[in-house]
Design a protein around this ligand. Structure first.
Ligand code: C2E
Ligand code: MG
Ligand code: MG
Length: 647
């Protein structure tokens, strides 16, 4: 446009004169107006395409083509109008300018071959023809030059158009490729961002999973190492911890004390107040014990048994801590509005002195605790060699007892129980004897061990059977009963009644000739079960006595709830008949009468005792005064040596 403006102005104003002034100014103005319109058109086109980012399509192309063709036409109008007045210089200048413009057109208009051809033809053809047809030869020559130039321009225009088209094609292909690359890039970046998102999601899931794994590991640890109720270590975990502590104590030469704590009478709380109260009591006790040691050095051994390990603790320190624990447990316990008191028994064993093995140490502390509980001493106790000897002896006895039946080392002796009124034999009490490889072991020693180990059921069944068999064959004492001692553990066994029936059937002994003496050396707090068992026994016409009445667990309160036929007054009261025993015997007689029970006094050793008891109203008497326990075979020849009793 600028070139057009400059060349139009040069051509107009260089060769302007008075005759052609007006015409040239019109031509110049027409060209300038056209140039301005085309500039506006181009500006508008640019503006629109920049706004919409889309070229103005076919219409824009048409407008541009029209502008170009009009420009060529206005150019051509110049020689058409002014040729007749032109001198050689003006014509030559015009041809030169036209040729220059035509020379530039293949470049400027290269986008369209048709437009290039049209532009060149419109521009060059009229001036060339004018030159050719002029009478002057030099003008003809310039006309030829113009034509030749036109042909060259047309050819180069065609070439340029092809080249431009190819370039545009290439450019478009490139742009397409670029688009594809960009879209690929976009896709890749989309995939990348999706991947990033997925990765971050995966990370979150992983984190969650990790936390879940940590949580589960903790849970597994708790399940496998901690007691679910109290949160203290369980057996396995505590034993492991104790083994570690023992190892360290060997390294640093400082002892470790192990405390075995067992609650007294906890079972009663559990049975009378319910398991919930029992559970909360155990939690409370666990909390109180934890105050004395690291939480991970406290354990629950089972039921109401706890363990505490104290490192750097010698015998004296362990004793004082154990005493403090006992005091702490003895403080009132408040659970669900109930206030009650508990006591504990504590046994202590020390490493490395007593053992280097956790399991052994626990066993020794347990045995020490049991011993203390049995003796009823409310003080902690440290394991000792003396105790060790006792425990070993018990173990030896227990081992022997396991084979006593098969080795036929057990036998029964019978001690008569006399009627206080007429000195006739009312019953014979079967008392178990054990000849342990030539050494006599008393039932006071082995019966509690048999009860603890559970052997009592087998041994008791044998005793019952033997006694019934023997009694059935007593020729001289056809009417005397046999009194068999039955441990409460036997009585509580579900199969006991069936056993009783079987023995009665197989021995043929009439049930009324069988008496059962219930000895309660272990406390069993299940009155309902005891009552139903007793009812079943009595329904078979078998009589029941409470043995050792007034000692151990046999107490007045039980007499009230359980119906028995006889009460056996313990030897301890008979021994002390001169003192307080007298009052206790009278009280027992009174209650027994009220409850419709008969009374038996055992351990009667003197005539005075026998007379006093008889005078008091005791129904039956048993003791060395009348006879010592004797073997079954000796019963045949046994004659009551006391002929002047009660008179
Ligand atoms: P228990 O049933 O009270 O038996 C009475 C114990 O006192 C017997 O001791 C008997 O020998 C003893 N005795 C009787 N009269 C006198 C006396 O005048 N003076 C003295 N010092 N002692 C007298 P034993 O035979 O040593 O039995 C002890 C305990 O062992 C029995 O006490 C009983 O509780 C238990 N027992 C014995 N045999 C059996 C059994 O077969 N089964 C069960 N479960 N326990 C048994
Ligand atoms: Mg007895
Ligand atoms: Mg007794």
């Amino acid at each position: 446009m600028l070139t057009t403006f400059i060349t139009v102005s040069i051509l107009t104003f260089t060769f302007i004169n008075e005759q052609n002034y007006q015409a040239k100014m019109i031509w110049w103005t027409s060209m300038i107006v056209l140039v301005v319109i085309r500039l506006i058109d181009i500006a508008e086109w640019k503006l629109r395409s920049s706004k919409t980012n889309v070229a103005n399509g076919q219409l824009g192309l048409w407008r541009f083509s029209l502008g170009s063709v009009l420009t060529a036409c206005v150019w051509s109008a110049y020689p058409l109008f002014f040729f007749t007045q032109m001198d050689i210089v003006e014509f030559a200048t015009t041809v030169m300018i036209f040729s220059s413009i035509a020379g530039g057109s293949p470049t400027v208009l290269a986008g369209s071959r048709f437009l290039t051809l049209l532009f060149t033809i419109i521009l060059m053809l009229p001036i060339s023809i004018l030159g050719l047809t002029a009478p002057e030869q030099y003008l003809n020559f310039m006309g030829v030059l113009g034509l030749v130039f036109s042909v060259v321009m047309i050819l180069s225009g065609v070439k340029a158009a092809k080249f431009t088209k190819d370039s545009i094609k290439l450019k478009n292909t490139n742009a397409q490729l670029l688009d594809e690359i960009n879209s690929n890039k976009n896709q890749v970046s989309n995939v990348n961002s999706e991947l990033k998102l997925a990765t971050s999601k995966l990370n979150t899931v992983n984190l969650d999973l990790e936390q879940e794994v940590i949580k589960r590991t903790e849970k597994i640890f708790q399940l496998s190492n901690l007691d679910a109720l109290t949160g203290l270590k369980n057996r396995k975990a505590f034993t492991l911890e104790l083994d570690n502590l023992i190892e360290k104590s060997v390294e640093n030469g400082k002892p470790v004390a192990l405390l075995f704590i067992d609650l007294d009478g906890f079972k009663k709380i559990n049975d009378t107040m319910g398991h919930q109260v029992g559970d909360r009591t155990l939690i409370e006790v666990a909390n109180r014990l934890s105050a004395f040691s690291d939480a991970n050095r406290c354990g629950r051994w089972g039921g109401d048994e706890f363990l505490v390990a104290l490192s750097y603790s010698d015998q004296d320190t362990a004793m004082s801590i154990a005493s403090a624990m006992m005091t702490s447990i003895a403080q009132p316990i408040n659970v669900s509005g109930n206030e009650f008191y508990l006591t504990a028994s504590i046994g202590i064993a020390l490493a490395p002195v007593h053992s280097l093995n956790a399991a052994d140490l626990i066993q020794l502390a347990d045995l020490t605790m049991c011993e203390q509980k049995q003796l009823g001493i409310r003080k902690p106790r440290v394991f000792s060699t003396e105790l060790k000897g006792k425990i070993e002896a018990s173990q030896l006895i227990l081992d022997g007892l396991q084979h006593a039946l098969e080795k036929k080392q057990l036998y029964l002796c019978y001690q008569p129980i006399q009627c206080a009124k007429n000195n006739t034999t009312w019953s014979f009490e079967a008392l178990l004897r054990w000849n342990f490889n030539g050494k006599f072991i008393g039932p006071d020693v082995f019966i509690p061990l048999a009860e603890k180990s559970g052997l009592i059921k087998e041994i008791g069944a044998w005793v019952l059977n033997r006694a019934c068999m023997d009694a059935k064959h007593w020729q001289c004492n056809q009417r005397a009963a046999v009194s068999v001692n039955v441990s409460i553990i036997q009585l509580m066994d579900d199969g006991f009644i069936r056993l009783l029936d079987n023995i009665l059937r197989s021995s043929g002994l009439p049930p009324e000739r069988l008496h059962l003496e219930i000895t309660e050396s272990t406390f069993v707090d299940n009155e309902k079960k005891i009552r139903t068992q007793l009812e079943q026994i009595q329904a078979r016409n078998i009589h029941v006595s409470v043995d050792d009445f007034g000692t151990g667990y046999s107490s007045l309160s039980q007499l009230q709830t359980l119906h028995v036929n006889y009460v056996k007054i313990d030897k301890a009261f008979v021994d002390n008949i001169e003192g307080k025993g007298d009052a206790i015997i009278r009280a027992t007689l009174f209650i027994a009468r009220e409850l419709n029970c008969k009374t038996v006094a055992e351990g009667v050793e003197t005539r005075e005792q026998a007379l006093a008891l008889s005078a008091m109203g005791v129904d039956y008497l048993q003791g060395y005064y009348f006879a010592k326990p004797m073997k079954n075979i000796d019963l045949i020849s046994w004659k009551n040596p006391i002929s002047n009793f009660p008179v």
